[in-house]
Design a protein around this ligand. Structure first.
Ligand SMILES: Nc1ncnc2c1ncn2[C@@H]1O[C@H](COP(=O)(O)OP(=O)(O)OP(=O)(O)O)[C@@H](O)[C@H]1O
Ligand SMILES: [Mg+2]
Length: 464
């Protein structure tokens, strides 16, 4: 609960003080209110992460205060204090949208547990919102240009042209950063449904139950925290297109539900009893070969056949190097420097010879970093990426040791570079970066803090 802002609403000063001490000792930032009016004001100003509300406040009724809080910030979790044995009020409070309730006097462990759960919940809600915002900004922007003159890309452009005139399901496969989302956008923009809703869902990075309610929606009371009925992504996409990103990460149970949806053009909300009919065009993307996932038993074969009506395989950038110069010019223009920038032949050669494990996204990041760091209008690419492998890493470490740099500092440096390159190669998506590094997100956060890694931390990817 470190740094979490928790509002305590109670008319007894001694009670407030106890809780404040308890929570500040655990790193939280408690704030207080002694009555409903004060509480509502604090909520508007402070936007706390959690509210602990005594339902038996003098003056304004506790339940109506709760409803008012939910009206101001619907996702803010509220835990209610009730007097022992007043279950009726507790039930009413839960119905009015309380996250949970605690009976006074309470046990310390239980109290802390409930608070932690509520904070975890609000963090998840926050993440879902963040995802939604990303989608909103990406779809409202102007049309992104799709660059490529290689044979493979020209072939893909043709397929895009053909499939956009149909409602066929498309499965786009390719390594991370090859431009799968851009292809999906292009199909949608050129399709008969271009003026209809275009909804994106990332099937990785969310827990199964959150993802399920994200995709299919839920009825009020379907699970703890299902405060009101919510439409899922498929409902929002009705008449238009849905982009199911990272489809390979969809949990098996949801794969079954998706298959049913594809078979019947209908689905159920979580906790719902009436089927909902929809007309949605599906574009799915995977950074793994889905057929291999099927063979490995990780992806349902029947779903794969349903999705795989048209398949687009985006080759990695190292297999279409002739696209690199065009992309370089495109990104120079995108970052506003095209006119006055000179790209020396040997620099272009360096870019052409590199293997681009992070594909177009990595190239984009390199160009952006170079442009920002450039002193003159000459493109000078620093040493490229995490191309260090096996023996090279060992010899790098040996070199550093010789220079008198200590083991710990070297390891820290390598760690930092790994994290930076993972972040750069995933568009600073921390969930993806953590997955890429195969570490827990929390560890990534704490390492980022430790090394003070922030977005726009421009530094050569590797020090000489
Ligand atoms: N052909 C291209 N022309 C111009 N920009 C491109 C092209 N391909 C990719 N990009 C750019 O590279 C970045 C990564 O592309 P995108 O997000 O579509 O990749 P992705 O395949 O979905 O990656 P991931 O699997 O990591 O989600 C984006 O900023 C995108 O605009
Ligand atoms: Mg993507």
């Amino acid at each position: 609960m470190k740094n979490k802002k928790i509002l305590i609403v109670d008319d007894e000063p001694a009670m407030r003080k106890n809780i404040v001490d308890l929570l500040s000792a655990r790193g939280a930032q408690p704030i207080q209110a002694e009555n409903a009016e004060d509480a509502l004001l604090q909520i508007k100003i402070e936007q706390p992460d959690l509210v602990l509300l005594d339902i038996n406040l003098p003056g304004r009724d506790g339940l109506s205060t709760l409803s008012e809080i939910k009206r101001i910030l619907p996702d803010l979790p509220v835990i209610i204090f009730t007097a022992f044995g007043t279950s009726q009020r507790a039930i009413k409070a839960m119905k009015a949208g309380a996250y949970d309730y605690i009976e006074k006097p309470f046990e310390l462990d239980e109290f802390l547990l409930i608070i932690q759960r509520a904070l975890d919940f609000s963090e998840l809600v926050g993440e879902v919102k963040e995802l939604r915002n990303i989608v909103a900004t990406k779809t409202s922007g102007e049309e992104e240009q799709l660059i490529g003159s290689s044979k493979q890309m020209r072939e893909i452009f043709k397929i895009i042209g053909r499939v956009s005139q149909t409602d066929a399901t498309v499965l786009i496969q390719g390594e991370s950063g090859t431009g799968k989302e851009l292809i999906a956008d292009a199909i949608q923009q050129h399709s008969l449904r271009s003026n209809k809703p275009y909804i994106k869902v990332n099937c990785g990075g969310l827990s199964e139950s959150l993802l399920e309610s994200e995709i299919f929606g839920h009825e009020k009371g379907a699970f703890t925290g299902a405060i009101s009925q919510r439409q899922g992504r498929f409902e929002l996409a009705n008449g238009g297109t849905i982009f199911l990103d990272e489809i390979n990460n969809m949990p098996q149970a949801l794969q079954v539900k998706l298959l049913r949806l594809l078979q019947h053009q209908a689905f159920y909300r979580v906790g719902g009893e009436d089927p909902i009919k929809v007309d949605v065009r599906i574009i799915a993307a995977s950074n793994k070969d889905v057929e291999s996932e099927v063979n490995a038993g990780k992806f349902r074969e029947d779903l794969y056949y349903r999705l795989n009506v048209v398949q687009i395989n985006l080759p990695p950038l190292r297999e279409r190097k002739e696209d690199i110069p065009l992309l370089v010019w495109h990104f120079l223009k995108k970052f506003g420097k095209r006119k006055d920038f000179v790209v020396p032949a040997e620099e272009m050669e360096k870019l052409m010879n590199y293997s681009w494990p992070g594909n177009v996204r990595e190239l984009e990041n390199v160009i952006q970093r170079t442009v920002v760091m450039a002193r003159e209008n000459v493109l000078t690419v620093g040493p490229l990426g995490s191309d260090l492998k096996g023996e090279e890493i060992l010899s790098y470490i040996a070199g550093e040791l010789k220079k008198g740099i200590g083991f710990k500092a070297i390891v820290a440096n390598v760690e930092k570079e790994l994290i930076l390159s993972a972040l750069n190669n995933t568009g600073w998506n921390r969930t993806k970066a953590a997955k890429f590094l195969k570490i827990h997100r929390r560890l990534l956060y704490s390492k980022m803090k430790e090394y003070k890694i922030q977005k726009r931390f421009f530094e050569p990817a590797e020090k000489n």
